[in-house]
Design a binder for this molecule. Structure first.
Ligand code: SAH
Ligand code: SF4
Ligand code: F3S
Length: 375
């Protein structure tokens, strides 16, 4: 009987794409995907640690799995499985795997905290998930399928930008651009399975470069594929948004007129402390150029409030630029110190009450801006 697996995905689209890849590999090895965690032989948790709250959520979910293992038996589990296990509450046949960014950060510490975890697999070693499971379970019939799940196509892995607040470069490793041919094969697989709207993924897609093919060249190439109707991408980094890329975006008719361009802060002082490598002026210049070339373009963004040393004046600079750009929507966050990042060693000196208050003011302004339709 085929073993079933359940996969819970937290965090960003990178994790969604990684979970898809793992699911695909497991299906090809004869495992069956289930939506019901109670009946799964294998429970995979794909975790996020970008902010402290995200990690806390992941740990709490993993903690809750213990109760589930104690109370429910999986669909294929037998009494013998339970009896042959060293721990009567943890049948040998039931496996718990933690992957993703918390796995990268805490590694074996996770197993100490939750002894019922079988394997901890870091975010940049996802191919190990199917390897490990092949070892646990023998004799699998191959179930080769062309099934794909989401519309995501990873173009770069990891990140080498080291924004001072961000843990991603530490848990995902250095940026690597995938070869064009592999990206095109992934796209072909998607179009063959009936998907015609795709989204290219990378922590900073604008710095894509594989043997001289840069991001502009890549989107122009993909825009020419007749089976593709819609071509999205995320995330752009203002520091690498060159004129060549702006021109390419404007000339690709399959790119939606909605661009996600993380701002993080409107204060030059804070942007410098964040190691973002652009100024407010540079950000506004990019927005201006894109608006000129694509008159109905809309922007979405990410903003952090309460970064170390953010004064009321710095915060007001952020409010000002938000008014100037007229964002359609934004993801907004309170700064959360992450261990061993550069900012972790700066004093987290904006009190929580002020972070909360600034977040509320920012969100109120964004709500007003998103309803305006000025261009
Ligand atoms: N690579 C993307 C996304 C990174 S994570 C980018 O560069 O934009 C998504 C968002 O989480 C970031 O844009 C940032 O706004 C936020 N973020 C990252 N680390 C954070 C931290 N330590 N505290 C608060 N927000 C953070
Ligand atoms: Fe983090 Fe900056 Fe890399 Fe985005 S570009 S993942 S914010 S280090
Ligand atoms: Fe979270 Fe890792 Fe993405 S930390 S935001 S899942 S890259």
């Amino acid at each position: 009987m085929s073993k079933t697996f359940f996969i819970r995905t937290m965090g960003c689209q990178m994790n969604v794409a990684d979970s898809d890849l793992v699911a695909q590999q497991l299906i090809e090895r004869g495992f069956l995907l289930t939506e019901n965690v109670n009946e799964a032989d294998i429970i995979i948790v794909n975790t996020c640690t970008v902010r402290q709250h995200a990690e806390a959520r992941a740990l709490s979910y993993i903690g809750d799995l213990k109760k589930l293992i104690l109370s429910a038996t999986s669909a294929t589990e037998t009494l013998a499985d339970r009896e042959s296990s060293a721990d009567p509450h943890k049948p040998k046949s039931r496996k718990i795997i933690v992957m993703g960014c918390v796995a990268s950060r805490l590694k074996d510490e996770l197993k100490k905290k939750f002894p019922f975890i079988d394997d901890v697999i870091p975010a940049n070693e996802i191919e190990k998930v199917s390897e490990v499971l092949e070892k646990h379970y023998d004799c699998l019939t191959s179930n080769l399928s062309n099934k794909t799940f989401s519309e995501f196509v990873t173009i770069t892995r990891g990140c080498s930008n080291f924004c001072s607040y961000c843990i991603v470069p530490y848990v995902r490793g250095p940026e690597e651009s995938r070869p064009v041919i592999k990206i095109l094969l992934d796209i072909e697989k998607l179009t063959n399975s009936g998907k015609h709207e795709i989204t290219l993924l990378g922590q900073n897609v604008n710095s894509y470069n594989s043997n001289g093919t840069d991001f502009a060249d890549l989107i122009l190439k993909i825009n020419d594929i007749s089976e593709i109707n819609k071509l999205g991408f995320m995330t752009s980094h203002p520091k690498d948004m060159s004129d060549k890329i702006i021109d390419a975006i404007a000339s690709c008719e399959k790119i939606p007129h909605q661009i996600h361009l993380p701002l993080q802060s409107g204060s030059d002082k804070i942007l410098k402390l964040m190691n973002r490598h652009y100024t407010k002026e540079k950000y506004l210049t990019i927005i201006g150029k894109l608006k000129k070339k694509i008159p109905d373009v809309k922007f979405t963004t990410d903003i952090i409030v309460g970064f170390p040393d953010e004064t009321e004046k710095d915060f007001n600079d952020t409010l000002e630029i938000v008014k100037e750009v007229n964002f359609a929507s934004a993801f907004t966050f309170k700064y959360s110190p992450r261990e061993n990042t550069k900012a972790f060693f700066m004093k987290d000196d904006v009190p929580m009450s002020i972070k909360k208050e600034r977040l509320a003011r920012l969100n109120a302004l964004l709500k007003i801006e998103s309803k305006k339709d000025v261009r």
